[in-house]
Ligand binder design. Structure first.
Ligand code: URA
Length: 436
């Protein structure tokens, strides 16, 4: 196989054979195909898409680039959740411990920040000592004894996605249905789960900006899951404004802890409860959604889910004191800057992708794949869609390092907000559709 020939073929719109896809993914995984050729292929796929046959071969090659775990030694249902990516989307953090308290194990292989969206792994790593690069044996042991474990792609689990994901993050090749679907499903099918709940985001902060595109992505992932004999529930949820108030790694951990204490912003709790209920239903430990929702609310309000999060943090090498005193034990940014409304009115819309990019420019995301992120920086979103604002009122608070990045981020936030003269007839509905 000569990589250049396959890239050219794809670039020119000719479908690749299953063997060609397999050898390209194998070359990416073993390093014989360098980053620049992999990135060129990603861009060709971005523009040309893939036929169903191609996607099935590519996704299968990505899944089998590593091991498929056998978790049959875990004697409770195993269900995971994955989001297609959003801004302020910290739901996995309260969700995994809450669901684990309700009799379903959560073996979760997550990702880092991708494009303008944050990543569960980067968020968790803001807890001092927390390790997301555990060996498979330890992952299995923590899932079995604690009930949930959250790690990243490894040399053994979805290694092809580990490489391609990092490249897509910095090469503007994320917003592609075949690339997103294969990235997500190659990790999820490697986990040894019985069922999967997908949170398919749609709106200004999502990769899919329209409901039709999000439906397409959901259908594509459900088809990959069905071919592997897995039950996949797809929830379509609104991503037209950041979830909760916090955008940025340590800030989002802190907000997740509020949810685990039974509080937190209403939308963040609502999504946690709704997705948790779907996971319990998919795992067969409840027979009705209401029953699942009540179970999740109970463990959030009782402190059980918080205790489970402490256990997960400790098992993964993190400092559990960060769970009890986040302001003291999580990294804090050195400086703050208010971004103020330039006119009075109502918040008509928020271009949330720009809010995600503002967090990235503050240092919370990567410009190059080698970059280290700063876990302390981020944004507190103070005005949401439908809110009344007066001229000079703060729309957002930037947590920054005292450098020029704050000015760039402030400009991005200001352009993200559209202030209108009339109140909105209705604020966006959070949960849009569910396909079981
Ligand atoms: N999450 C992933 O794991 N991959 C994507 O491509 C998008 C979201």
């Amino acid at each position: 196989m000569i990589p250049r020939e396959l890239i050219r073929k794809k670039r020119d719109g000719e479908p690749l054979s299953a063997d060609e896809h397999r050898s390209f993914v194998a070359g990416v995984t073993d390093g014989s195909i360098p980053d620049y050729q992999a990135a060129a292929m990603l861009m060709a796929i971005y523009f040309r898409g893939m036929t169903d046959h191609e996607l099935s071969a590519w996704a299968d090659a990505m899944l089998h680039s590593g091991d498929v775990l056998d978790l049959s030694s875990v004697h409770v249902p195993k269900v995971d959740k994955h989001s297609t990516g959003g801004v302020g989307d910290k739901i996995s953090l309260p969700l995994a411990p809450a669901v684990a308290c309700c009799g379903v194990a959560v073996p979760m292989v997550s990702g880092r920040g991708l494009g303008h969206t944050g990543g569960t792994l980067d968020k968790l790593e803001s807890i001092p000592g927390f390790r997301v690069d555990l060996p498979v044996e330890r992952f299995r042991e923590i899932v079995s004894t604690v009930g949930a474990c959250l790690i990243g792609q490894t040399e053994r689990i979805a290694p092809a996605d580990r490489k391609l994901y990092a490249l897509r993050d910095v090469t503007a090749t994320v917003e592609s249905i075949p690339l997103i679907a294969s990235s997500i499903m190659s990790k999820k099918l490697a986990e040894g789960i019985d069922a999967l709940v997908l949170d398919c985001k749609v709106g200004t902060g999502a990769f899919m900006k329209t409901v039709d595109a999000a439906r397409d992505l959901a259908r594509t992932m459900q088809a990959i899951g069905a071919a592997a004999g897995k039950k996949v529930t797809a929830v379509l949820s609104n991503m037209d404004q950041p979830i909760g108030r916090a955008v940025g790694n340590a800030l989002e951990v802190e907000e997740s802890i509020e949810v685990l204490r039974g509080g937190g912003p209403a939308d963040t709790r609502e999504l946690t409860v709704a997705l948790g209920a779907e996971m319990l239903l998919a795992g067969g430990v409840v027979t009705a959604l209401d029953e699942g929702a009540a179970a999740v609310r109970r463990v959030l309000d009782s402190g059980h889910a918080l205790q489970k999060f402490r256990e997960i943090v400790a098992a993964q090498g993190g400092d559990p004191r960060a769970v009890d005193e986040p302001k003291r034990f999580l990294p804090q940014a050195g400086a703050c800057l208010e971004v103020r409304a330039q006119r009075a009115g109502w918040v008509g819309s928020i271009f949330s992708e720009a809010v995600g990019m503002a967090a990235l420019v503050l240092g919370g995301g990567r410009r190059r794949k080698e970059d280290m992120i700063d876990p302390s920086v981020g944004i507190t979103v103070l005005a949401h869609i439908g809110d009344r604002v007066e001229k000079g009122m703060p729309l957002a608070l930037l947590h920054h390092r005292g450098d020029d990045s704050a000015d760039d981020a402030a400009r991005r936030i200001l352009t993200a907000y559209r202030i209108v003269d009339e109140p909105l007839p209705a604020v966006p509905q959070l949960l849009l559709e569910v396909w079981r």
